[in-house]
Design a protein around this ligand. Structure first.
Ligand SMILES: [Zn+2]
Length: 114
């Protein structure tokens, strides 16, 4: 990977996320590098969660990489903690799917046909 025209396309929360993104980009044939990775490995003193590893790509791949990362993050957000939602017919608040009563007004979820 040459050093010219390298841009940071994403700043990961931690090395695990950075590896996830690198895997995603590599699978799509986008060459990339994790910036800050070597610092953690060398020092051994910096807690991983304090370092935000940057995902570096060539400028020509920047837009494509960014789109891939955005899509992957949206997918993760949809499928992880939040999950599908239902809207309370009584007060209009949104509730996560595993709530059976509205967190706001305690109305039962009547949107699901059991
Ligand atoms: Zn409600």
């Amino acid at each position: 990977m040459t050093e010219d025209q390298i841009q940071e396309v994403y700043s990961a929360d931690n090395l695990i996320e950075a590896e996830y993104i690198r895997n995603l980009l590599t699978t799509a044939d986008i060459e990339c590098r994790i910036d800050g990775e070597h610092l953690q490995l060398v020092s051994g003193k910096v807690p991983a969660q304090l370092v935000a590893p940057g995902i570096m790509v060539h400028a020509v791949n920047f837009d494509r990489a960014k789109t891939l990362i955005d899509e992957a993050n949206q997918e993760r957000n949809r499928s992880s903690e939040t999950g599908p939602q239902w809207t309370c017919s009584h007060c209009g608040e949104k509730n996560v799917a595993n709530f059976e009563i509205c967190w706001s007004c305690q109305q039962e979820d009547d949107t699901q046909q059991a």
